[in-house]
Design a protein around this ligand. Structure first.
Ligand code: SF4
Length: 382
C-alpha cells in the first residue's frame, strides 16, 4: 500500500493560508514563487524553505522552515511524492491528500460520493450530502496537470449525477486532448437521449465509459444494484451511447449473485450489445459494502472458473475485446491467463506471504490489500 493521505508531520507559518489548497508540486523555485496560487515547492533534501511560496518536504529529508516561510512536512511514508504530483492541503485540519501522482498509471479522481444505485458490493458506499466542492476542486486539478499526462479515470459515486461533469470533461478535452480518460458510471443517466448527446458533444478522441451489467435478467441486476428499474435504464443508456458512436466498456463484478449466469450474460452481450468496445470481468474487492454483505457475495474464484471460461470463450469468439481484472494467476484456469490484466491500482496492491517464491509474480496483479479480510484458500506459489 502506498500512503496517499494523512496528517502533516509538522507545519510552520500557515496562519494566513486558505482552509483548503490544491497545489502541484514543483522543484522550480522561481515558478513556485511567481505562481504561488498553483504550485508548492518540493524542497531538495537538507534545504531551507524560502519565503513567498508554500514549501513541502518529507520527514527525514533534513528540510527546515525559515523566517516568514510557509512550510508543511509530510510523514516519512510519503517519500514517493515527486514534482508533478497534485496535492490537497487542508490547513485547519492539518491533513493532506495526494490527488494525482505523476509516476502512476492508476490515477482516479473521485467526482462525488452520491449515487442513485446502492450496490451490494459498492467499494465507495454512497452518501447523500451535497459534495459539489469535489467537482469544483477537480476543475483546479485538471488545470494543474502536466499536458503530457498519459491518462486517468473518474469514479464515484455516480459522476454523471452532476451536469457540470460534462463541462469538466470538456476542460479535459481542451487542456489534455491526448490523455486517455476512463469514466466509471452506472449508465442510467445516458438513458436520457439529450444527456447522451451532450456527452457525445465532448468529442474527446480517447474517452471510455465503463458501465456495469450484472446479468442478462433484469431482476438480478436490479437486486445487485438495489434499484428497481436500473437495468432497463442502463441498457438504454448503453444503446444511446453506441448510437452516438461513444466508447463503452461493460464491467461485471464476479460474486455469488453474478457468477451462475455469466455464460448467459456473455451470450446476451454477443446478441444485443456486440458493438461494445471492451468487457471487463472483475474479481471482488473486499471493501465498503462487500464486507457487510460478504456472506451473500463471497465465492472462492476457483469455484467459478468453468463459468468464467465459458463466458470469456463466448465473448472472445465473437471478437469482443475481453479482460479479466483483479484475479490472481494461481486461481485462474491457465487458458484464461492471456486475458488477465494487472488491474489492481499500485497503491492498493499487495502480495501476501503465500506469494513468496512464486515464479509468475512479475506477471500476476497481486491482491487488493483489503483481501486480508477474505481470500481464496488456493493462493499458492507457482
Ligand atoms: S502466489 Fe501470489 S504472485 Fe503467485 S500467482 Fe498466486 S497471487 Fe500471484
Amino acid at each position: 500500500m502506498i500512503t496517499l493521505q494523512g496528517n502533516f508531520k509538522r507545519s510552520f507559518g500557515l496562519q494566513k493560508l486558505s482552509e483548503r489548497l490544491v497545489r502541484r508540486l514543483t522543484m522550480d523555485r522561481a515558478a513556485a514563487v511567481s505562481r504561488s496560487a498553483d504550485f508548492a515547492l518540493l524542497l531538495e533534501p537538507a534545504s531551507k524553505a524560502p519565503e513567498g511560496c508554500l514549501s513541502v518536504a518529507v520527514e527525514g529529508s533534513g528540510c527546515e522552515p525559515s523566517g516568514a516561510s510557509t512550510f508543511i512536512e509530510l510523514p516519512r511514508d510519503c517519500d514517493h511524492v515527486t514534482a508533478g504530483d497534485v496535492v490537497r492541503f487542508e490547513i485547519a485540519k492539518q491533513r493532506f491528500r495526494i490527488l494525482y501522482r505523476k509516476n502512476s498509471d492508476h490515477n482516479n479522481f473521485l467526482v462525488t460520493e452520491r449515487c442513485d444505485n446502492y450496490c451490494l458490493m459498492c467499494s465507495q458506499p454512497p452518501k447523500s450530502a451535497n459534495d459539489d466542492w469535489i467537482l469544483d476542486e477537480l476543475f483546479d486539478v485538471i488545470r494543474l496537470l502536466d499536458e503530457q499526462t498519459g491518462g486517468f479515470g473518474f469514479t464515484g459515486g455516480e459522476p454523471t449525477l452532476n451536469d457540470r461533469f460534462v463541462e469538466l470533461l470538456k476542460l479535459c478535452n481542451d487542456r489534455l486532448p491526448d490523455a486517455a480518460i476512463h469514466v466509471l458510471s452506472n449508465g442510467r443517466r445516458f438513458s436520457d437521449p439529450s444527456f447522451a448527446e451532450r456527452w457525445a458533444s465532448i468529442a474527446h478522441r480517447d474517452l471510455m465509459v465503463g458501465i456495469p451489467v450484472y446479468s442478462d435478467i433484469s431482476s438480478i441486476h436490479d437486486h445487485v444494484v438495489q434499484a428497481d428499474g436500473a437495468y432497463n435504464e442502463t441498457i438504454r443508456g448503453i444503446l444511446n451511447l453506441k448510437r452516438l458512436k461513444q466508447r463503452v466498456e461493460i464491467r461485471v463484478v464476479l460474486h455469488q449473485r453474478t457468477f451462475e449466469r455469466l455464460p448467459e450474460l456473455a451470450r446476451f452481450i454477443t446478441r444485443n450489445l456486440l458493438f461494445v468496445d471492451h468487457v471487463a470481468l472483475m474479481g471482488l474487492e473486499i471493501s465498503g459494502f462487500t464486507r457487510a454483505n460478504l456472506d451473500q457475495l463471497w465465492i472462492d474464484p476457483i469455484d467459478y472458473q468453468n463459468e468464467l471460461y465459458d463466458a470469456v470463450s463466448t465473448l472472445d469468439a465473437f471478437g469482443i475485446r475481453t479482460s479479466i481484472y483483479n484475479l490472481q494467476l494461481c486461481l485462474l484456469d491457465k487458458r484464461l491467463w492471456k486475458f488477465a490484466v494487472k488491474s489492481i491500482s499500485d497503491w492498493k496492491r499487495e502480495y501476501f506471504p503465500q506469494c513468496a517464491g512464486c515464479s509468475v509474480r512479475a506477471d500476476c496483479g497481486g491482491m487488493f490489500a483489503t483481501a486480508k479480510h477474505r481470500f481464496s484458500d488456493h493462493i499458492r506459489p507457482l
